[in-house]
Design a protein around this ligand. Structure first.
Ligand code: ADP
Length: 495
């Protein structure tokens, strides 16, 4: 219903939106009771015979048991990758390598529905997100890098490249399939072989990808997917025969990895935490900006390293933007991730929910003003209402530290210089967003914001052709695009 007030149209939303449930069926997804390690083209039992459960965070039900790889298993996987590198993959004509990568891309597309359902069951993100973003973007990465495999001479003109060897790849739980695609596709295209470890909370889609890799007839050992927690990841990092580490995860673990590889000749790309600033100027299309802010921090439960978790609004439109945000929050549906209407799904784990709740308490203790919409959240499972804080000081922990949840800290600003200083006042530098009608302002800010990606009048947009990565404690190296290739080759200058 629309009512007119002070010459502005105010939309009144029905908080429940009165939508009938539209659940996705689980029947298209086959989940085995137990998963083994994918080494040298075969699924193998872990040598320590240990398995750990993976649960559905929306229901707390066990989905499957996952093998825990120990040092001996890691070694087996690295030996398989090295052998495949020396004997097969490195020698294969690039156009042949490309065919395998295209095949993986097409098979992901064919099984897209199954991937989306499993991603949502295992990780808690809304099915809309897995279906419309994660899975198609993962397939697109394989398509994109398949195209580069036999064209590296155009990517690096007048120079020669050679692959690095065995790439150890460690990924987090927020985009399990997509992160696997980000890492595996460019590595293979450049002629490397891979040992990949998904996060312990979300191994299932990586293991489904292993099934595809097996069906695609990729030569054994070219891609090995082993599961386990931090100790398994550390064993990959510390293995003497791994030439490159590609890691996405926390800044804390990124620092451990950096220390572990210091003094070795292992190459590394580290994509770590973030505390992105979204900046709204008074000349911005405000409704569009508010939608971008919601998309940037709430639609993925804030489980995105580039999430727009800080919002800076120009003073003259501050009240209006906060009101619009609150109105929009009232319309968001928090709940069953398998329901196609759901906007905010489950928090990935109990441990993560505890961290988010801790920060919500800290925000209140620091004197910030909290607002949560009136929506109900399911009693079972790990859920968190979208939360915004106003009255936030720049030094507050909720404005400085990564929360990795649906929590937004809002501050006002007056001038360009002031907001640039505030936005850059963080140890991180992964991404930022600028909302304004003026191209000149966009150019001014994009050159001065210390962030790897700056979105203008949009947020959280991804494309395989665009590089992504950070500054400062957000890590180094770029993934995606042409730049993502250079992370997987030695470049030899022609003299
Ligand atoms: P998050 O906070 O997103 O869970 P982590 O950095 O803890 O991020 O985890 C990201 C990935 O790193 C996961 O696959 C995890 O198992 C792995 N990991 C955790 N500790 C280590 C470590 N010491 N060395 C290598 N990998 C690790």
């Amino acid at each position: 219903m629309a009512t007119k007030k002070n010459n502005t149209i105010k939309l009144k939303f029905d908080s429940a939106r009165n939508l009938a449930p539209a659940p996705e069926s689980k029947s298209a997804a086959k989940i085995d009771p137990q998963y083994d390690l994918f080494i040298n083209g075969k699924f193998e039992k872990p040598s320590g015979k240990k398995y750990f459960p993976t649960i559905n965070p929306a229901t707390e039900e066990k989905l499957s048991m996952i093998a825990e790889a120990n040092t001996a298993d890691v070694n087996k996987a690295v030996v398989a990758a090295r052998t495949a590198y020396d004997k097969t993959w490195k020698k294969m004509p690039a156009a042949e390598r490309a065919k395998y990568i295209y095949r993986i891309a097409r098979m992901i597309q064919e099984r897209a529905r199954e991937f989306a359902i499993i991603e949502t069951l295992d990780g808690g993100k809304p099915i809309r997100e897995s279906r419309d973003f994660d899975v198609p973007t993962a397939a697109n990465h394989f398509f994109y890098y398949a195209g580069w495999a036999d064209k590296l001479e155009y990517a690096f003109p007048n120079r020669r490249t050679e692959p690095l060897g065995v790439a150890g790849q460690i990924i987090p739980w927020n985009f399990p399939l997509l992160m696997a695609a980000w890492k595996i596709a460019p590595a293979l295209a450049c002629g490397n072989t891979v040992v990949l470890k998904p996060a312990e909370n979300t191994s299932l889609t990586a293991l489904k990808l292993a099934e595809i890799i097996q069906e695609a007839d990729l030569p054994p050992g070219v891609v090995n997917i082993i599961t386990g927690a931090g100790a398994t990841g550390a064993a990959i990092v510390n293995h003497a025969d791994v030439n490159k580490i590609a890691f996405t995860g926390s800044t804390e673990v990124g620092k451990i990895i950096q220390r572990a590889i210091a003094g070795t000749n292992k190459k590394a790309t580290l994509e770590l935490g973030g505390k992105a600033a979204n900046i709204i100027f008074d000349d911005a299309p405000l409704d569009q900006a508010v939608e971008g802010v919601i998309n940037g921090i709430f639609f993925n439960q804030g489980h995105v390293c580039c999430a727009g978790s800080r919002l800076y609004v120009q003073e003259s439109v501050f009240k209006e933007v906060v009101r619009k945000l609150k109105d929009r929050l009232e319309t968001l549906i928090v709940g069953d991730p398998m329901d196609k209407n759901t906007d905010i799904g489950a928090i990935n784990s109990k441990a993560q929910l505890d961290i988010i709740n801790k920060y919500i308490r800290i925000g209140q203790q620091e004197g910030a003003e909290m607002y949560q919409p009136s929506c109900a959240v399911p009693k079972k499972g790990f859920f968190c209402k979208p939360t915004i804080f106003t009255n936030v000081a720049q030094s507050n922990r909720i404005a400085q530290e990564e929360i990795f949840g649906p929590v937004l800290a809002i501050q006002s600003f007056r001038t360009d210089d002031e907001v640039i200083e505030k936005a850059n006042n963080t140890p991180y530098g992964l991404s930022a967003g600028v909302w304004t009608d003026k191209g000149s302002k966009i150019f001014n800010l994009t050159t001065k914001l210390r962030a790897g990606v700056v979105w203008a009048n949009t947020f959280n947009k991804f494309d395989p052709t665009s590089p992504f990565g950070g500054y400062k404690e957000s890590g180094y190296g770029r993934e995606g695009g042409l730049q993502g290739l250079s992370a997987y080759v030695n470049i030899i200058e022609n003299r």
